[in-house]
Ligand binder design. Structure first.
Ligand code: GRF
Length: 211
């Protein structure tokens, strides 16, 4: 897999650790980012994982940046792209070419977007959580693969709640990505299940060719 990050990369670090066990069934072939010098990139480089940066502001428009990002990902021929704390919206050049999943710190479809933890707190929900979903061309709108709830506690602020969510996210991401790698997946409409059938492999190939 290629893992995309924009910051601390604690989810990526959890995947990196899981990948050190050959039984896990997946390897990180590269870590990509939209900005240079992030803590997550340093961590990946120290672990000997190739890294690349496609800085958003070096491109005149979003679609040009998206195409460049897609090409850099393709250089590493991943079977899966994992957006784990990547703070930019990936467009059709990436999403139409690579199967990609995203981890989001709320129970989608509630609170999509970049301020999910803040928005959930402001709304006064008593339960929030985290979602892993396939990426489509919308914002946090693709088919859901896994979710876990995290209760909101009295006195929570955004940082404290987000830290508890991230604790749950890391376990769920490692578990989910491992299952995707070992078992494959089937998507029917909005429904995702682990495991591959001959039909679903054919469907996926046809869908890819049709894009
Ligand atoms: C996670 O909460 C993820 O859901 C969100 O950004 C955060 C990334 O944290 N999209 P980290 O960089 O993996 O520590």
């Amino acid at each position: 897999m290629v893992v995309l990050i924009s910051g601390a990369g604690s989810n990526m670090a959890a995947l990196l650790e899981a990948c050190s066990d050959p039984e896990y069934g997946a390897q990180i072939v590269a870590v990509g980012s939209d900005r240079a010098g992030t803590a997550g990139q340093k961590l990946a480089a120290e672990a000997g994982v190739p890294t690349f940066v496609v800085p958003f502001r070096e491109y005149t428009d979003r679609s040009e940046w998206d195409r460049a990002m897609s090409d850099r990902i393709a250089d590493h021929t991943p079977d899966l792209v994992v957006s784990a704390g990547f703070m930019r919206i990936l467009g059709p050049a990436v999403v139409g070419r690579h199967p990609a999943v995203n981890i989001h710190p709320a129970l989608l479809p509630s609170f999509p977007g970049a301020r999910a933890v803040r928005d959930a707190l402001a709304h006064g929900v008593r339960l929030t959580g985290t979602t892993i979903h396939f990426l489509d061309e919308g914002v946090d709108s693709g088919p859901i693969i896994a979710q876990m709830g995290v209760p909101v506690e009295d006195g929570d602020d955004e940082a404290r709640l987000h830290e508890r969510i991230k604790h749950v996210e890391r376990r769920m991401l490692v578990d989910t990505v491992g299952r995707l790698a070992r078992q494959g997946w089937t998507i029917e409409g909005r429904h995702v299940r682990f495991g591959r059938t001959e039909d679903s492999v054919t469907d996926a190939t046809e869908k890819k060719e049709n894009r």
